[in-house]
Design a binder for this molecule. Sequence first.
Ligand code: PLP
Length: 470
Amino acid sequence: MSCTPLLNQAVEIASAYFERRDSFPVFPHITPEQLRQAFGAGRPVPERGQAAEQVIAELARTAELGLVAHTGPRYFGFVIGGSLPVATAADWLTSAWDQNSGLYATSPAASVVEEVAAAWLLELLDLPRNASVGFVTGCGMANFTGLAAARHYVLRKAGWDVELDGLNGAPRINIILGEEAHVTVHTALRMLGLGTRAVKNVPTDEQGRMVPSELVKVLKTCSGPTIVCAQAGNVNTGSFDPLEDITAATREAGAWLHVDAAFGLWAAVSDELRHLVAGVEHADSWATDGHKWLNVPYDCGLIICAHPEAHRAAMTVTAAYLVQSDKERDPFEWTPEFSRRGRGFTVYAAIKHLGRSGVRDMVERCCVRARQMADLLRKHPSVEILNDVVLNQVLVRFKNSDDFTRTVIKRVQQDGTCWLGGTTWHNMAAMRISISNWATTEKDIQLSAQAILRAASTVAAGSRMAASVL
Ligand SMILES: *Cc1c(COP(=O)(O)O)cnc(C)c1O
């Protein structure tokens, strides 16, 4: 049976979705109960199957009730990149080809495309050209993989083989994080058997940056195997730990430096922004995302490691049945997963389509839009911008009030022009705006700023009325 009609149907549905995406609220107006009902929750597994065309048509109709316009230009929640059309197309092909990309022997194309994409990434991000690169599910898994390589390396230096002997009886590892370390770093430490209780936290400044003099103090309390984890791009403020000072201090102490740089690492592609990551190239491992700022579809994280042997030793298994090739890249050697999709295709397509200048423009454009948003909002007397807008993140507070700020956020979310979330920054409620999508235009920022200020006025009018009734 030909699969052409079905695939064409999917193309038509997806194209129609893209066309209509902007006419819907960015976040759907639907309850979980309505969605459960639409998907037929509680009904038993159907005894007899249904025609594929019908399944796809119904799936699309139902799913669309609860879809969020992540690919649209006015989704500013969390740090969620959009998706370049070329990357979406490459992703479809990746699914159609369905390559098991673990080994060169299972897919020469998937292996070599990763090799080429990896080399391009190192060039774009200006990291050591002999670093190893693994294509994982996201930056969380990249943190896990980088810290696994670190664990291997610092313990081997101490005469311990953690892959063979585990952590029972192993020399103790000092783990040093900035106070603002991302939650996935903590998850990684748990999964690696290192735990989080003994972590030594380094104080951060008002923008969330690790204070290097404090790091030096903490390093002085440590002897033996030591891993430091710094951050490039704080999820709230977009700020960067001062990496030049941090790399100098960790080198001096003989510690491993891992940098969690899910979106911040992309500052390296821009002459204007590169100063933010100055010194980053001296780290030992870097975790970043393709699905955030490179705007490839989910899921795509990247782990880059300056010590390929440590990276490989931490991830590799050998089983007699594995046809491993001596020369060619076996992608599974660089990731925790074994069988997996060919994540190199989308990265390759995105970089090939944009070129160095296109990647740079996309990153710089997002930062320009973030400043534009901050400037438009700042004009309003009730608004305070809490962060230095050095990158693509804007933190907004209204009337210096937690309640007011939270109510405005809810109101904006209901309005549907744009979507953004709330956060707590230094014990204050704040609205968090992240501009990480290639498609966001100046006009989108204007429309969204208007919607936000409109929401603030409505909430203010509401509370005045409530006050007068009282
Ligand atoms: C998003 C993010 C992560 C987690 O990345 P995922 O791709 O969601 O796994 C880790 N660290 C930072 C700084 C992030 O912004």
